[in-house]
Design a protein around this ligand. Structure first.
Ligand SMILES: Nc1ncnc2c1ncn2[C@@H]1O[C@H](COP(=O)(O)OP(=O)(O)OP(=O)(O)O)[C@@H](O)[C@H]1O
Ligand SMILES: [Mg+2]
Length: 381
């Protein structure tokens, strides 16, 4: 990238910092903290990057969250006296994506600004699909793992599965993966979660799918909604498809998936599961609206006492996908660590592939990865 083209607004009275930016070939406009108020106006023209010097401050500027909310593509870099964890957390909540500390290294400063400019390039964020179980054991992980695998095969596009079961999840086992890191490493280091760092935490599975696994040790304590949201947003900037395996029992987790395009409640025809699906559905509908919430009826049996219409009545959402039951195949796949969607020899595998086709828009007869897809494809990992 040619640094001459980068426009920087510098909020600082440090002339040395201004000189440093100029000598790297950037076009710099500097001003006091009040400059951020002007930039936060809805119609304000935005620079490529805003550099905010907080070395002499104890707080972040109060208008910063408004700026990043109204202008999410404006990159913000903080220059702090030190990388204090409390400040980092506040910065992350204010959607600051880069932070450097004293002594200011010119190369690190330029590299951080270049990263922000690259991120600003207008590639749309990836599609995020969350599967949330109405109850334990209904087949949420089986569905998430197989749909994600089918998407990665069909779309030939970077696809990531995130197992958000902080109390321990099964996706790694179902995918035959042996991850060394987990979603907890990402959440604990959320302020430095750039492309390189995320890549160091994921494990490539036997198919083309990448996995950010659940922790193997049990994590206690409250879920930090902001961190999970930041993780999902960051993943969606780097992957064309992000699939989430979500625990449905945690209301905070349901809040955390705000960047999700489709949230599918997985349910079967057991009374307790259907009743819980009603609760999860009303919580999700309240938070995310009717267009984004959908229902998957797993292990569907047309002769069961509880029918599809009952599920729809309780959840108030039409069932979008019914998946047939095939316990021997599902069990063997889980035990072998090889998603059954990879071997399209039965109705259940075909059903997962059909869900993936619908979500990605790859037609049944068409070759995967058409011209448009190849043009819009993100960088492969
Ligand atoms: N469509 C299906 N047909 C038959 N068996 C299935 C089907 N889907 C899942 N199963 C089986 O049901 C069991 C539970 O599946 P899975 O682990 O995916 O559920 P879960 O909802 O993720 O459970 P947990 O609450 O423990 O996370 C597994 O033995 C799996 O093989
Ligand atoms: Mg599970």
């Amino acid at each position: 990238m040619n640094p001459v083209s980068i426009n920087v607004t510098l909020v600082s009275d440090d002339r040395h910092l201004e000189e440093l930016l100029r000598s790297s070939g950037m076009q710099v406009t500097s001003g006091p903290t009040a400059t951020l108020e002007d930039l936060s106006e809805v119609s304000a023209q935005q620079p490529d990057v805003v550099v905010i010097d907080v070395r002499s401050q104890t707080q972040l500027p109060s208008t910063l969250p408004l700026l990043t909310q109204r202008h999410p593509s404006t990159g913000v870099l903080l220059v702090a006296s030190q990388l204090d964890p409390a400040l980092m957390l506040k910065a992350m909540r204010a959607r600051v994506r880069e932070c450097i500390a004293e002594p200011v290294d010119p190369a690190a400063l330029t590299a951080a600004i270049n990263r922000l400019v690259v991120e600003r390039s207008p590639s749309a964020p990836g599609q995020v699909l969350a599967f949330v179980g109405a109850k334990g054991g209904v087949g949420t992980t089986t569905t998430a793992v197989n749909v994600a695998t089918a998407i990665s095969q069909l779309a030939s596009a970077p696809t990531l599965l995130i197992d958000l079961h902080l109390g321990g999840g099964d996706a790694a086992l179902y995918l035959g993966a042996a991850p060394r890191h987990s979603v907890v490493d990402a959440l604990e280091n959320i302020h430095k979660l750039d492309e390189m760092f995320l890549r160091s935490l994921i494990v490539r599975t036997n198919s083309k799918l990448d996995l950010l696994a659940a922790p193997t040790r049990i994590i206690s304590g409250a879920i930090d909604t902001d961190r999970i949201q930041a993780l999902v947003e960051s993943a969606a900037r780097q992957y064309q498809y992000v699939v989430l395996d979500l625990p449905g029992s945690d209301a905070a987790m349901l809040d955390a998936v705000a960047p999700t395009s489709t949230i599918a409640i997985v349910v079967n025809q057991e009374l307790a599961a259907v009743r819980n699906a009603g609760r999860v559905a009303s919580a999700l509908l309240r938070r995310h609206g009717k267009d984004r919430v959908t229902v998957v009826l797993n292990r569907y049996d047309p002769h069961a006492a509880i029918g599809q219409d009952d599920v729809e009545r309780v959840t108030n959402i039409p069932v979008r996908w019914s998946l047939p039951s095939n316990y021997p195949v599902a069990l063997e796949a889980a035990n072998k660590g090889r998603p059954l969607a990879l071997d399209n020899h039965n109705k259940l595998a075909a059903a997962f592939v059909a869900v993936a086709r619908e979500l990605t828009g790859v037609p049944a007869t068409g070759r995967s990865g058409g011209l448009f897809q190849r043009l819009t494809k993100r960088r492969a990992h």
